[in-house]
Design a protein around this ligand. Structure first.
Ligand SMILES: *[C@@H]1O[C@H](CO)[C@@H](O)[C@H](O)[C@H]1NC(C)=O
Ligand SMILES: *[C@@H]1O[C@H](CO)[C@@H](O)[C@H](O)[C@H]1NC(C)=O
Ligand SMILES: *[C@@H]1O[C@H](CO)[C@@H](O)[C@H](O)[C@H]1NC(C)=O
Ligand SMILES: *[C@@H]1O[C@H](CO)[C@@H](O)[C@H](O)[C@H]1NC(C)=O
Ligand SMILES: *[C@@H]1O[C@H](CO)[C@@H](O)[C@H](O)[C@H]1NC(C)=O
Ligand SMILES: *[C@@H]1O[C@H](CO)[C@@H](O)[C@H](O)[C@H]1NC(C)=O
Ligand SMILES: *[C@@H]1O[C@H](CO)[C@@H](O)[C@H](O)[C@H]1NC(C)=O
Ligand SMILES: *[C@@H]1O[C@H](CO)[C@@H](O)[C@H](O)[C@H]1NC(C)=O
Ligand SMILES: *[C@@H]1O[C@H](CO)[C@@H](O)[C@H](O)[C@H]1NC(C)=O
Length: 556
C-alpha cells in the first residue's frame, strides 16, 4: 500500500514541479522583455534622464557592437551567448558642468544574479564592446561606459571641462548606478554581487570608483592601473623631451631600446637562479652599462654611446623636480622593448604633448621644446578632470568586505610597475598598515614577470602572462585569432588559471587568492609554459621538476 502510494505522490510532485518551472519560465519571459519599453519606467535619481538607444536580442554565438561609429572600439563582441544588448544614453543635470555619457550593457539569458563592469583603454571614447564580450560567458550582466566622448585612444582634443570630468570619474560612476537599475528591471530581481575588471586606464577607473563610491563593487580585478594621470602624463612628456632633444647618433632610438632589452635579459635573467629568458627579479639586478657602451670590445652596431646611456638612466630613474617634488617612478629593468611607443619622434606631436596642449593649458601652440618642471607642477595643481585616483584611504570599501586583486607586468614599458608598488604602499600608509603584506586580507598585489602592459610578452621572453585579467582574452582573440574571447583558452571555467573566478570565490566564499597560474602558448596554440603569479611580497619560488610546469613552483 505504502509502495503504491509512492507512485502517484511522485507523479504529483513531478507535475507540480513541471508547472512551477513552466510558470517560472513564463514569468521570466514576461519580465525579461528585450525591448526599449522594458526600461521606460525606471526610478531615476533627480536631475538624471535616460534614453534607450537600442534593446536588441542577440542569438547564441552572436555578435554585437556599433562598428566604426564607435571610434574607440570599432570591433564587435563576438561568439556571445544568448543575451539582450542595451545601449543607454544618460544626461545628468545635477552635475556641474552637466554630464552626458552612454553605456552598453549585455544581459545574458543565463544569469547568475551578478553584474560586471569593464573599463576603457588610454584616452578612448566609445563603449568597449570586445571587452564586454568576456562577461556574459561567466553568466554576468556586463556593462561598459563610453566615458562621455567618442574618440580613438590617442586623441585628447575632445577635452572640455565637462568631458574631462566625465572621463575622470563621472561616466563610470553614473553608468554603474544606472546599469544596476537596468539590470534589476530586466530580470525583476535584485543584484547579488557587483564586480569590476580592467587594465591600464580601466585600472584607474576601477580604483577611482572604489575611492569615491565604496559600495559600487564587491570585488575588483585591477590591471596595470594608470591611476596617476596628473603625474604620469607630464613624466611621459619629460622623458620624450629627454630623448628627442637629441638627434642623429646622439638620440636614444628604438634600435638601442631593442638592444638594451636583450642586454638586460642577458645580464638579469639569472638573478633568480633560472636562465629561463624571464627577468623575474629585476630589483636584484645591477645593470652594468659598461658592457653596453660602444667600444673595441663591443662593436655591436646597436651599442650605446655615453649620451644614450645617460638618457636610458633618466628613463629608469624616478623623476623628481629641481625643487624636490616627487613626480613619478621610473621604468623597471626588462621593460625596454615598448618604450619607443611613447618616446619616438611622434611624441613631439603625440598624446603626451597633447595632454599639455589640450588638458592643461588649452593652448595648441604649446610645443614640447618648452617642457620644464613647471608643467608637472601645473599638472598637479590643475588635476584635469580630477581623474587621478589618489584618495588612498579605502577603509570603507574594506569594511564592506570588498576585495581587490591588482596585478602589473614586470616588463611593462607603458605604465611603470613601480607605480603600482607605490600605489600599494600608499594604500598601506593611508590605512595605517605598517607590516609588509599587511593589506593581504582584502587587497592583494601580483607582479607578473615578463608581462608587458596588460598582456603579451616579448618574443625572446615568452613568459606566461595569461590568467584572464581584464581584456586579456579579447586581446588574444582580436590580435591573434586565438581563443573564444573569454577566460583562458583551453582552460575555461578552471579557477586555478582564471583570476576573475578566483576573485569571485574570494568575495563570496572568503577564499583569498593565494596564487593564479599564468599560461603561455606557442604560435600553434600549444601550452609552452605555466607558472604561478603570487601575492606580493611572495614570489614564484622553484621547488623541483620542469621549470615550464606550474607544479614545479610555489608562492613563497
Ligand atoms: C560561431 O559563429 C562563428 C562566426 O559566425 C562561426 O564561424 C562558428 O562556426 C560558430 N560556432 C558555433 C559553435 O556555432
Ligand atoms: C556588429 O554588430 C552589429 C549589431 O550590433 C551588426 O549589425 C554588425 O553587422 C556587426 N558587425 C560585424 C562585422 O559583425
Ligand atoms: C578650451 O578652449 C575651448 C575654446 O574656448 C573651449 O571650448 C574648451 O572647453 C576649452 N577646453 C578646456 C579643457 O577647458
Ligand atoms: C549625477 O550628478 C550628481 C552630482 O554630481 C552625482 O552625485 C550623481 O552620481 C550623478 N548621477 C548619475 C547617474 O550620473
Ligand atoms: C662591468 O663590465 C665591465 C666590462 O665588461 C667590467 O670591466 C667591469 O668589471 C664590470 N663592472 C662590474 C661592477 O661588474
Ligand atoms: C600659448 O602658448 C604659446 C607658446 O607657449 C604662448 O606664446 C602663448 O602666449 C600662449 N597663449 C595663451 C593664450 O596663453
Ligand atoms: C616646436 O618648436 C621647434 C623649435 O621652434 C620647431 O622646430 C618645431 O617644428 C615645433 N614643433 C611643433 C610640433 O610645433
Ligand atoms: C614599497 O614598499 C616596499 C616595502 O617597504 C619597498 O621595498 C618598495 O621599494 C616600495 N616601492 C615603492 C615603489 O615605493
Ligand atoms: C563557493 O564555494 C562553493 C563550494 O565550494 C562553490 O561551489 C562555488 O562555486 C563557490 N563560489 C564562487 C563564486 O566561486
Amino acid at each position: 500500500m505504502a509502495k503504491l502510494m509512492l507512485v502517484p505522490l511522485q507523479a504529483l510532485l513531478a507535475l507540480l514541479l513541471f508547472a512551477l518551472t513552466n510558470a517560472k519560465v513564463l514569468q521570466d519571459r514576461q519580465t525579461r522583455q528585450c525591448t526599449k519599453g522594458k526600461f521606460s519606467s525606471l526610478t531615476l535619481p533627480s536631475g538624471v534622464s535616460i534614453s534607450i538607444e537600442q534593446a536588441v536580442s542577440v542569438a547564441n554565438n552572436g555578435t554585437f557592437g556599433e562598428g566604426s561609429a564607435d571610434k574607440g572600439f570599432p570591433s564587435n563582441a563576438t561568439g556571445l551567448p544568448k543575451l539582450c544588448a542595451v545601449i543607454v544614453s544618460v544626461t545628468n543635470t545635477s552635475a556641474t558642468p552637466q554630464s552626458k555619457y552612454r553605456f552598453g550593457i549585455f544581459l545574458p539569458d543565463t544569469w547568475n544574479s551578478k553584474i560586471l563592469t569593464v573599463g576603457s583603454y588610454s584616452f578612448a571614447g566609445g563603449i568597449n564592446w570586445p571587452l564586454m564580450g568576456e562577461g556574459p560567458h561567466y553568466q554576468l550582466a556586463t556593462l561598459s561606459t563610453d566615458n562621455g566622448h567618442n574618440s580613438i585612444q590617442t586623441d585628447l582634443s575632445w577635452a572640455t571641462p565637462a568631458t574631462l570630468y566625465d572621463w575622470g570619474y563621472r561616466a563610470i560612476h553614473g553608468s554603474v548606478q544606472i546599469g544596476k537599475l537596468v539590470t534589476a528591471a530586466y530580470y525583476g530581481q535584485t543584484i547579488a554581487r557587483s564586480y569590476y575588471s580592467g587594465c591600464s586606464t580601466a585600472g584607474r577607473q576601477g580604483l577611482k570608483e572604489i575611492q569615491i563610491s565604496p559600495d559600487s563593487f564587491d570585488g575588483a580585478l585591477i590591471g596595470a592601473p594608470a591611476w596617476d594621470t596628473k603625474f604620469l602624463m607630464p613624466w611621459i612628456a619629460k622623458m620624450a623631451w629627454d630623448v628627442l632633444q637629441y638627434s642623429g647618433d646622439q638620440q636614444f632610438g628604438a634600435t638601442q631600446m631593442t638592444y638594451l632589452q636583450a642586454q638586460v635579459l642577458a645580464q638579469c635573467d639569472g638573478m633568480d637562479g633560472h636562465l629561463d629568458n624571464i627577468v623575474s627579479w629585476p630589483e636584484q639586478c645591477n645593470l652594468n652599462f659598461t658592457q653596453l657602451l660602444c667600444s673595441a670590445s663591443n662593436p655591436s652596431p646597436d651599442c650605446l654611446n655615453q649620451n644614450q646611456i645617460t638618457v636610458a638612466n633618466q628613463i629608469y630613474n624616478n623623476y623628481v623636480t629641481s625643487d624636490g617634488t616627487f613626480i613619478h617612478n621610473g621604468f623597471e629593468l626588462s621593460s625596454e622593448s615598448t618604450w619607443s611607443s611613447l618616446l619616438s619622434g611622434s611624441a613631439l606631436t603625440g598624446f603626451d604633448a597633447d595632454y599639455i596642449r589640450y588638458w592643461l593649458y588649452n593652448n595648441t601652440s604649446w610645443n614640447i621644446t618648452q617642457y620644464t618642471d613647471q608643467v608637472a607642477l601645473d599638472s598637479i595643481r590643475i588635476n584635469p578632470g580630477q581623474a587621478t585616483a589618489d584618495s588612498f584611504n579605502i577603509n570603507s570599501f574594506k569594511a564592506r568586505g570588498g576585495k581587490i586583486m591588482m596585478y602589473h607586468g614586470l616588463s611593462d614599458g607603458t605604465v611603470p610597475t613601480k607605480s603600482s608598488s607605490y600605489y600599494y604602499n600608499q594604500t598601506a600608509k593611508a590605512l595605517g598598515v605598517s607590516s609588509i603584506g599587511g593589506l593581504n586580507d582584502f587587497f592583494r598585489y601580483f607582479q607578473v614577470p615578463g608581462m608587458l602592459h596588460c598582456f603579451g610578452s616579448d618574443t625572446n621572453v615568452n613568459a606566461p602572462w595569461m590568467f584572464a585579467g581584464g581584456g586579456q582574452a579579447s586581446f588574444l582573440q582580436q590580435y591573434y585569432g586565438f581563443g573564444t574571447g573569454y577566460s583562458v583558452p583551453g582552460l575555461q571555467g578552471n579557477s586555478n588559471y582564471d583570476a576573475l573566478l578566483q576573485l569571485m570565490n574570494w568575495v563570496e566564499n572568503g577564499t583569498a587568492i593565494s596564487q593564479v597560474v599564468a599560461t603561455a602558448w606557442d604560435s600553434a596554440g600549444a601550452v609552452t609554459r605555466q607558472r604561478p603569479i603570487c601575492p606580493w611580497p611572495q614570489k614564484a619560488t622553484y621547488v623541483t621538476g620542469n621549470i615550464n610546469l606550474a607544479t614545479s613552483w610555489k608562492c613563497a
